[in-house]
Design a protein around this ligand. Structure first.
Ligand code: GDP
Length: 473
């Protein structure tokens, strides 16, 4: 390969190596230093580049402030099971199908767009925080706003609390939708009061979190919910440059019998067009067609628009980043690099190299951040509160624990994914992880620490933290 790149005959390179006392045959691996020596010897100028440079100029390309234009907000609906997430997504979609299209085909592609007052809103069509956090764990933040659905005839439940933690950890603003307001037993006020205890302060309680009472069943106030989303979006001042090569995130992907690989992507920057070559995760391909959420072929997809991409040569994973590249050679290079990266990561996971308290501490020291995220699960509310308070007290000006989620109950898969996305350690107090959570934590190399004495727990965190303090202390 080296001789090829230098446009020299392989036999000449091998001869040279022999002269230098190195017996080698074509296909043998040489290291970078030797390669540099040979290339120089053959009269070439060597420029060393890091392997990761293959992605330079493809992902996270910065834009000029002047090129930015307003874009639609991207919304995820979260909340406890049976509180009406799916119903709400369906109701919003059906109430806002452009007239004339009613009864037309609506396709599930993983995300859809509706219009309110002439402005577009994009909904991620997979309710719940699991998908949200799984994407975040892969480094993709797709969501701008989280709708927290709480049923007015029920109360704040474990997954409501989880959703709050997941949204807060991602620093995504929450809008509260108090659902099932049509029910005689609905008590919206009770929901508001309960939310206070979880530091969600809605407007009518003097806070800043927008709230709307809705019914997914009767359609009551759905327009108010959409207006609240647009209001929140205005505050966020969401912008993107549509006039550049496209970049974004994969929402879902599957292998379709008739159509081949079908990936739904959310364009976040630029404009995607058929014929372009894209890299998505460690897959790539030429865009054969773009299909919108109504099953129509489209000529382009701009910022915040979800589309199905046909033509990839494999199926990427939800949460993978995608980007347009200039040619096939580049696409191949990037996807090969990413495949190597995934293999290396899998190997690192095998050896369990992430998530232990000590490793986290040293990582934090590397990045200079003096704050470390913890996820705490305990058997009773009292002990969880006591632990949170004790850890809070440990904090100094220099270093402190940041509790991203504290809850009652066993450690679940959702806890693992939140910890993974936030680089947090998990602490279980008098609780264990369930089988599924144990499996995922082992796969992802996330360490879970179990305690049954608060003193031991606090002591461990304290000694880990003292390793973080600057030397003069
Ligand atoms: P999810 O698990 O959060 O996605 O909840 P679903 O959307 O599946 O709803 C759970 C149940 O609540 C279903 O039987 C719905 O018909 C019902 N439901 C959802 N929204 C409303 C509502 O606004 N009013 C009433 N009365 N029932 C609702």
């Amino acid at each position: 390969e080296l001789s090829q790149r230098m446009s020299e005959r392989a036999v000449d390179v091998i001869k040279y190596l022999m002269k230098e006392g190195q017996m080698m045959k074509p296909g043998d691996v040489i290291d970078a230093d030797l390669a540099e020596l040979i290339a120089t010897e053959f009269g070439h100028t060597v420029k060393r580049v890091a392997e990761s440079d293959v992605e330079e100029g493809i992902f996270n390309v910065k834009d000029d402030e002047a090129d930015l234009e307003p874009r639609a907000p991207v919304v995820t609906i979260m909340g406890h099971v049976d509180h009406g997430k799916t119903s709400l997504l369906d109701a919003i979609r059906h109430a806002n199908v452009v007239s004339g299209e009613a009864g037309g085909i609506t396709q599930h592609i993983g995300a859809y767009q509706v219009e309110q007052d002439g402005q577009k809103i994009t909904f991620i069509d997979t309710p719940g925080h699991a998908a949200f956090t799984a994407m975040r764990a892969r480094g993709a933040q797709a969501t701008d706003i989280a709708i927290l659905v709480v049923a007015a005839d029920d109360s704040v439940m474990p997954q409501t609390i989880e959703s709050i933690s997941h949204a807060k950890a991602a620093e995504v603003p929450i809008i509260v939708a108090i659902n099932k307001i049509d029910k005689p037993s609905a008590d919206a006020q009770k929901v508001r009061t309960e939310l206070l205890q979880h530091e969600v302060f809605v407007e009518t309680m003097g806070g800043e979190t927008l709230e709307v009472e809705v019914s997914a069943k009767t359609g009551q106030n759905l327009d108010k919910l959409l207006e609240a989303i647009l209001l929140q979006a205005e505050v966020l001042d969401l912008k993107a440059n549509p006039d550049r090569t496209a970049e974004g995130v994969v929402i879902e992907a599957e292998l379709d019998r008739g159509r081949g690989s079908v990936a739904t992507v959310l364009v976040q920057k630029g404009t995607l067009k058929p014929g372009q070559i894209v890299v998505a995760g460690d897959q790539w391909g030429r865009v054969r067609a773009l299909v919108n959420d109504r099953g129509e072929h489209v000529k382009e997809a701009g910022p915040s628009m979800p589309v199905e991409v046909l033509g990839l040569n494999g199926t990427p994973s939800a949460g993978d980043r995608f980007a347009v590249v200039e040619n096939e050679g580049k696409a191949r290079e990037v996807s090969e690099y990413r495949q190597r990266l995934s293999r290396d990561k899998a190997a690192a996971r095998q050896s369990g190299s992430r998530g232990s308290l000590e490793q986290m501490m040293s990582q934090l020291q590397d990045t200079g951040r003096k704050e470390f995220p913890l996820l705490i699960k305990g058997d009773v509310q009292g002990s969880v509160e006591a632990i949170s308070a004790a850890l809070d007290k440990l904090g100094t000006d220099e270093v402190r624990a940041r509790i991203i989620h504290a809850g009652v109950g066993g450690i679940t898969e959702s806890d693992i994914s939140l910890a993974e996305a936030s680089n947090a350690a998990i602490i279980g107090f008098n609780v264990r992880a369930n089988a599924q959570a144990r499996k995922v934590s082992e796969q992802e190399g996330i360490e879970i620490r179990y305690y049954n004495i608060i003193y031991d727990l606090v002591d461990d965190v304290k000694s880990a933290m003292s390793g973080l303090l600057s030397p003069e202390r």
